[in-house]
Design a protein around this ligand. Structure first.
Ligand code: MRU
Length: 348
């Protein structure tokens, strides 16, 4: 397997600080759940599924450290830890999905503190292992959409670095490549945090998958020149209406792809599907303005106090989405109806 983005080591968690890539490959180890929460906020760990796994591991770390044998006190403590993780980043639904899974087990548990600690740790490890399995299946399901020789454009990083492993959009690209299809990838740089330039390029190059980098504002030109056959992106949240919330810039790419009749695919696990929220209630994370004023906190590229907007995600309406590829199948148009069908056939 390519790269271990995050790992449970039994008494601590190890993760790759993705903010330092591609120049430095630094792994961090900690047994402190607060350090893990901060790692999510600072985007050392990022990408919807990876955030969910990190939060689950964080709660497992917190559980292991609790001393005492009063079950009510333990449950109160765990609910505070869950609440801490729920405030790290607001948009990726996988975070809340993972927190809910653990919360339900905690609420229904009636045994000893030690027993509940074991239940929490095992559930966190299960969430990690399931993510690996699910991502592999997304890749295999999406394989039939990719033809030999395709040039596939992807945005941000929906790869191993955004998940427990393999990735979502990049899992399909990997599956196509390893099945012998000679594809090429175009990665958008993805301002302002540069996940495309720093992470997607690094991840694909490590495996010898051909990748070409463009700036975000080149998408229209390369599509108009017929240089892109398909788009595959990941998602932070998909509503049952078919709206796709993903990295800022995704919507622009979808509009231009539609203009040029280029299929626009979204790859995501069913844990990214939000069955509860309507589009107007989705919280789009607004990040630190200095991410826009500076390049990666280092080079000031504008006036230091200029007002800026920095929404981290945007919303692509279902009419621009050709299909959503999940681990349980592909939802084609009409996306909303077909997503619902996929979910009804999925065991919970
Ligand atoms: O702000 P980020 O880097 O966490 O945003 C990540 C994305 O938008 C990804 O496309 C999405 O989480 C899917 S990752 C498999």
């Amino acid at each position: 397997m390519e790269v271990k983005t995050i790992e449970w080591l039994g008494d601590k968690v190890r993760w790759l600080n993705t903010m330092l890539l591609p120049h430095e490959e630094v792994y961090v180890e900690s047994d402190d759940y607060e350090r893990l929460a901060v790692a999510i906020e600072r985007m050392e760990i990022r990408g919807a599924p990876a955030i969910g796994v990190a939060a689950a591991f964080g709660i497992a770390l917190a559980a292991r450290k609790f001393s005492g044998n009063n079950l009510d006190e333990f449950k109160t403590y765990i609910s505070k830890v869950i609440s801490r993780f729920s405030r790290t980043r607001p948009t990726a639904v996988n975070l809340f999905w993972a927190l809910d899974r653990i919360k339900k087990l905690v609420d229904n548990y009636l045994g000893s503190v030690e027993g509940l600690k074991e239940v929490i740790v095992n559930e966190a490890i299960r969430i990690y292992n399931e993510d690996l399995e699910v991502n592999k299946r997304i890749g295999l399901n999406g394989l039939r959409l990719i033809e030999d020789g395709d040039v596939v454009l992807t945005h941000c990083n929906a790869g191993a670095l955004a998940t427990a492993g393999y990735g979502t959009a990049l899992s399909i690209i990997r599956a196509a490549w390893y099945s012998g299809k000679k594809i090429k990838v175009i990665a958008t740089e993805t301002r302002p945090v540069l996940q495309g330039a720093r992470l997607t390029v690094w991840e694909l190059s490590k495996e010898g998958i051909p990748v070409k980098l463009i700036t975000d504002n080149m998408v229209g030109y390369v599509m108009s020149k017929g240089l892109v056959d398909k788009v595959i992106v990941g998602a932070d949240r998909i509503l049952t209406s078919g709206h796709v919330i993903n990295k800022i810039g995704t919507y622009t790419i979808a509009v231009v792809a539609d203009r040029h009749k280029i299929p626009f695919y979204v790859a995501a696990p069913t844990s990214t599907i939000d069955t509860k929220t309507v589009v107007d209630d989705v919280v789009i994370e607004e990040r630190d303005p200095n991410e826009v004023r500076y390049v990666l906190g280092k080079v000031l590229i504008t006036l230091p106090n200029v007002e800026v907007m920095n929404p981290a995600f945007d919303i692509t309406p279902p009419e621009l989405v050709s299909a959503v590829i999940t681990e349980v199948g592909i939802a084609e148009k009409p996306i909303n109806e077909n997503l619902r069908k996929l979910l009804t056939n999925t065991p919970t």
